[in-house]
Design a protein around this ligand. Sequence first.
Ligand code: BEZ
Length: 210
Amino acid sequence: MSIQLGDVAPDFTQDSTEGPVHFHQYLGDSWGVLFSHPADFTPVCTTELGAVARLKGEFARRNVKVLGLSVDPLDSHKRWARDIEETQGCALNFPLIADHDRKVSSLYGMIHPNANETMTVRSVFIVGPDKKVKLTLTYPASTGRNFDELLRVIDSLQLTAKHKVATPANWEQGGDCIIVPSVSNEDARKMFPEGWEEVKPYLRKVKQPG
Ligand code: BEZ
């Protein structure tokens, strides 16, 4: 059974470029992004790890800890980290898990045998401070991820965890939101005293709260 939204993210201990990681302990009260990539010394993965390293400040501002993973061993990760620093304008600044025995990739279903028997695909798991899975994504090896989109999703997850709103298509921080259908107009008047625009009774647009 694959990991589903709302499940507790399985805990694990595994080697990384920053020493052994005890996943739940590592997250503490933070949000987490655990993402896998197919292999060390591959071009798309190199750009992805550089992109995440350059966004360190953006993840920290949102109280998010990131963790990369591939099934290559630690000495390979360490050699590859030198290439990442040399070519991406930023050194690796988060732990990269060396899942040499596939313990974590098996636990999280990151190997999709119909895509590749041995390499992990590009999986993403966003975990909340309650250790529950808030988002999953799976990309094929040939398509690098958009990490600005992950930041956008985290903004939405953090906003909608606090307020009874949802975010519409292509929403970005500061954009109008939607009052969730389970909130009655009577309750909405208390929650959103400045009012809202009723496009349809089920589509109520409101300024971003907070
Ligand atoms: C890459 O990261 O460049 C890559 C990895 C595996 C297959 C294709 C591309």
